[in-house]
Design a binder for this molecule. Structure first.
Ligand code: FAD
Length: 403
């Protein structure tokens, strides 16, 4: 796959002429099959070139050609035919191409198309992906083929740690586009959020290697369970792997709630999963017909010392939230705290019928909160939600309690 240059453009309300530079390519509508160009706000990802060249050695040639293509396309939009772009101006455009594909490093496992299509659950899974395999023709903008081919996977898929370290260099981790994957698998794993999930996995794995004085491969052979549980504790999602942390006191607690929405009982906050999956919400949600405050109480089987309280809220993962210049995308997003997220809440610890406030939070917008409190003997913990950022239900995915 090739590289791309993008632009940002604006409708300034009055006609503005555009004179293309001498090096701009010429395009007619016939030259742009499958490449609709009816919105002008943030350029086109299919302004793509370089898939048949060396991404590294030919970098400048690719950049120059992309500039010529981009200017030629803007010339086409502004000056040829009725595109309705008379009032549009280029506000910004990139000079450094975004590269889709470059060198990859082979690990102990090479992630393949079959792994993704079969949704293989690797024993050493530490991250996941879900975008379809999304390959582009090597010819890019000059190809007659559609600019992208999607091969949808039946489900989200897991990524093993063995694909995230080199098989030859004993202490080298990878995350992002350079991981151990075939061209087809990489056409899905290259997505930004998937790269971030891999980054969290290898960052944590690297810290564990330092702490345990071992190499990446040793983690797979001897410490993979510890690594996975550490990742879950820090809100990494690992497919079909439940939290099982012996230090967490919350799973032993009896749980009651002020109210419950259907299918969202209080006991879900200790079921070890923090995402909606297979029709299971895996979260406590209060009855939306009840007004705030709503509360959730965890009663421990016996008095225990508590020094750290973890809360995982719902931050509306089914709605896009990203930095983008795309008007269409921005129209679907809520800029600011997501409605499902708990905003104002109080945490109390209980002993002998007395409740003591240990946390009071207002205007929260984060999904995961970790509250360190003065270590205290307690029989239980109560979380009272006073306000959400808009949703009628108080929603909590997970509560963890540590000494
Ligand atoms: C036009 C385009 C559109 C895309 N659209 C989407 C999209 O809509 N959604 C999506 O999820 N993904 C999209 N992608 C894919 C995604 O953006 C990339 O695959 C992803 O950002 C790659 O992440 P990375 O961390 O592997 O590499 P990069 O994001 O390239 O990060 C590598 C970093 O390393 C730095 N670096 C390089 N060499 C050195 C060095 N020697 N020392 C220090 N730092 C160095 C670089 O400056 C860079 O910041 C798109 C890609 C392109 C090109």
């Amino acid at each position: 796959m090739g590289a791309s240059l993008l632009w940002v453009a604006e409708d300034v309300g009055v006609p503005v002429p555009f004179t293309p530079p001498s090096f701009a390519r010429k395009f007619t509508d016939d030259d742009l099959p499958h490449r609709g160009h009816t919105h002008f706000d943030h350029g086109y990802w299919w302004v793509e070139y370089g898939g048949e060249l060396d991404t590294v050695k030919d970098k400048e040639a690719i950049r120059d050609e992309l500039l010529a293509v981009m200017m030629g396309l803007w010339d086409h939009i502004k000056n040829q035919g009725r595109h309705g772009a008379d009032n549009w101006v280029l506000k910004w455009f990139g000079w450094l191409p975004g590269h889709r594909e470059s060198r990859r490093i082979v690990g102990d496992h090479l992630l393949t198309e079959n792994d993704l299509m079969e949704s293989r659950l690797f024993e050493d899974r530490v991250a996941h992906g879900g975008w379809p395999m999304d390959t582009h023709p090597p010819g890019g903008i000059y190809s007659d083929e559609p600019p992208s081919n999607y091969l949808h996977t039946p489900d989200i898929y897991s990524i093993p740690l063995r694909a995230l370290y080199s098989k030859d260099l004993s202490n080298l981790f990878m995350a992002g586009r350079c991981v151990s994957a075939t061209h087809m698998a990489m056409s899905s794993t290259r997505l930004a959020a998937t790269g971030a999930a891999m980054g969290q996995a290898v960052g944590t794995a690297a810290a564990m290697c330092c702490a345990r004085d071992c190499n990446p491969r040793d983690l797979v052979e001897h410490h993979i369970g510890d690594l996975q549980q550490r990742l879950l504790r820090e809100d990494q999602y690992i497919i079909d792997l439940r939290a099982d942390d012996p230090d967490d006191l919350a799973p032993s607690a009896a749980i009651t709630a002020s109210s419950e929405a259907e299918g969202c009982g209080g006991d879900k906050v200790t079921d070890g999963v923090t995402r909606f999956r297979h029709q299971n919400t895996h979260q406590w949600a209060s009855d939306p017909r009840q007004t705030m405050p709503q509360w959730l109480e965890l009663k421990l089987p016996e008095t225990a010392r508590i020094a750290e309280i973890h809360l995982t809220f719902d931050s509306g993962y089914s709605r896009p939230l990203t930095l983008t210049e795309s008007d269409a995308f921005n129209a679907r997003m809520i800029r600011g705290p997501q409605p499902e997220t708990v905003a104002d809440y109080v945490v109390e610890v209980g002993r002998e019928g007395e409740w003591t406030e240990v946390v009071r939070e207002t205007s929260n917008y984060l999904r995961k909160r970790v509250h360190a409190i003065d270590s205290t003997e307690a029989e239980g913990v109560r979380i009272t939600v006073n306000r959400t950022n808009g949703d009628a239900s108080a929603r909590i995915y997970e509560v963890r309690l540590y000494a």
